[in-house]
Design a binder for this molecule. Structure first.
Ligand code: F6R
Length: 237
């Protein structure tokens, strides 16, 4: 696992964008998993700038949301597809037919999860998994648990995650308590993993990722140690 230390959020965002842009140049039809949240916004802005300036072309790339809340549609303003649309897709020359998210409104979320994994597999799996990290070490919405899931599945969110994300909803009651997330296996099969982490509330998780060498399903990002190509771009020393 390689750590790239940046002095500022802008530098971190620029460095992460460079890595992702390089992959898109190398393989224009690459398959990416993309996270939502506060941390990757700057990376998306840097990618959009590169696209505007003609340095990268999104038109052939395939983009999969890392996760989506159960109960929220593609149009829902708090939904994660909508997040990627407003923060990235509407600013770049992406082909929207090649942008995907788990179907949060499916009558059967378990079937929607299986279908999503199939969609990723049908394109040969992920070339790049771009990730954030939760305060509790979650990746995607793979929450700390006694056992983790290999493929995309329907997860019940932990109190820690609900508390961290309730800020995006009018009240905690309005926040969905379940989500569809790509699994640990979906991530581990990616050729390349890039993570961004910023802010005091992530310091403990990053320290643990750096220093604690155990593999622990109670700290899901620890499993990334098994992957040969992980780059963590962070402002946390
Ligand atoms: C969201 C996702 C999550 C976030 C994590 C950090 O799509 O995959 O794992 O990356 O919760 O979120 P922020 O960046 O808001 O701190």
């Amino acid at each position: 696992m390689e750590f790239i230390l940046s002095d500022t959020y802008e530098q971190m965002s620029g460095a992460a964008a460079e890595i992702l842009a390089k992959e898109l140049k190398r393989k224009p039809n690459a398959v990416f998993a993309l996270p939502t949240g506060s941390t990757p916004i700057g990376t998306y802005q840097a990618l959009a700038k590169q696209n505007r300036e003609g340095q990268i072309d999104f038109s052939q790339g395939n983009f999969f949301n890392v996760d989506e809340y159960v109960g929220l549609s593609r149009e829902s303003e708090q939904g994660y597809y909508h997040f990627l649309y407003t923060n990235l897709y509407q600013h770049v020359n992406v082909d929207l037919a090649k942008t995907h998210a788990p179907d949060g409104t499916a009558a059967d979320p378990e079937l929607a999860a299986i279908d999503y994994e199939r969609q990723i597999d049908s394109l040969g799996g992920l070339d790049v998994a771009f990730l954030g990290i939760g305060r509790n070490g979650h990746i995607g919405f793979n929450e700390p648990a006694d056992s983790l899931h290999y493929a995309t599945y329907c997860v019940t969110l932990t109190e820690s995650t609900i508390e961290a994300n309730a800020r995006f909803f009018a009240s905690v009651d309005e926040m969905p308590k379940q989500a569809l997330t790509i699994g640990i296996g979906t991530i581990m099969k990616a050729d390349k993993i890039v993570m961004v982490a910023h802010g005091e509330d992530k310091a403990e998780a990053i320290r643990r990722l750096k220093e604690d060498t155990s593999l622990n399903t109670g700290f899901p990002s620890s499993l990334l140690r098994l992957h040969p190509d992980v780059t963590v771009v962070t402002t946390i020393k």
